[in-house]
Design a protein around this ligand. Structure first.
Ligand code: 5RP
Length: 235
């Protein structure tokens, strides 16, 4: 389907570029979000046309699992593989050191497990996701066990953050993750040391994982649009 929406064009183009990196026989981590959804669709198209074969996907969420089934990508699990060739996933922010904030789709816990295991982790973003400093446009997602919600919020406030519980859309009450937990989004005025903050937050009892991905991304593919024409550059 054709579109003139520039953000959609960027996402489609970068999703296609990432899907073109998949070779026959690969085990591929399938990320979550609207950009990765295009990559999953294009991997499915390539499988269907016979351009590639023997692909196995490892989904990072129910969304990725449903899309993979829809587009005919056979799935496997971490229990039965020794290694993973590639992971393709989106991001909410990317800094100049290729550090990321993820978790806009509340899937960052599974995403971090899968993305960090891949030999190569390719991030797919539109140009609006590039920032000079993490935390400038996006709140930091933290997945938390429901019983620890209040104590974790207090601990995050002590670290200088402004925490808020993520609420559902078309669902009354909080967002519940694929693992049955909740998500706290935290506004930090400035994330000066993402490496330290990632560890500090994960050390709070009750926290499953936060959305800082430090030193994990290998390749960042950035979708751009100029004069209505989409293109992709490697960052
Ligand atoms: C989900 C994520 C997504 O990859 C991130 O939110 C980007 O999503 P989109 O491609 O829809 O902008 O981290 O937890």
């Amino acid at each position: 389907m054709t579109t003139t929406d520039p953000v959609k064009l960027m996402k489609q183009e970068v999703g296609k570029a990432a899907a073109s990196k998949v070779k026959s026989g690969m085990i591929v981590g399938l990320g979550t979000g609207s950009t990765t959804a295009y990559a999953i669709e294009y991997i499915g198209d390539r499988l269907k046309s016979g351009e590639i074969e023997n692909i196995l996907g490892i989904p990072t969420s129910f969304q990725a699992e449903v899309l993979a089934r829809q587009y005919g990508i056979p799935l496997t699990t971490l229990d039965v593989i020794d290694r993973m060739d590639l992971a393709i996933d989106g991001a909410d922010e990317v800094d100049p050191n290729k550090n990321l904030i993820k978790g806009g789709g509340a899937a960052h816990t599974r995403e971090k497990i899968v993305d960090t295991l891949a030999d190569q982790f390719i991030v797919v973003v539109d140009s609006g996701k590039l920032v000079d400093r993490l935390g400038s446009t996006f709140l930091l997602p933290v997945e938390v066990m429901p019983m620890a919600m209040t104590t974790v919020m207090k601990a995050l406030a002590k670290l200088g953050g402004k925490p808020q519980l993520r609420m559902g859309v078309k669902k009354a009450g909080p967002v519940i993750t694929d693992q049955g937990n909740m998500v706290i989004d935290v506004k930090f005025d400035s994330i000066d040391n993402p490496t330290e903050l990632e560890k500090t937050i994960n050390n709070i009892p009750g926290v499953l994982e936060n959305g800082l991905f430090v030193g994990v991304a290998d390749v960042i593919l950035v979708g751009e649009v100029k004069d209505g024409q989409p293109s992709v550059r490697e960052f």
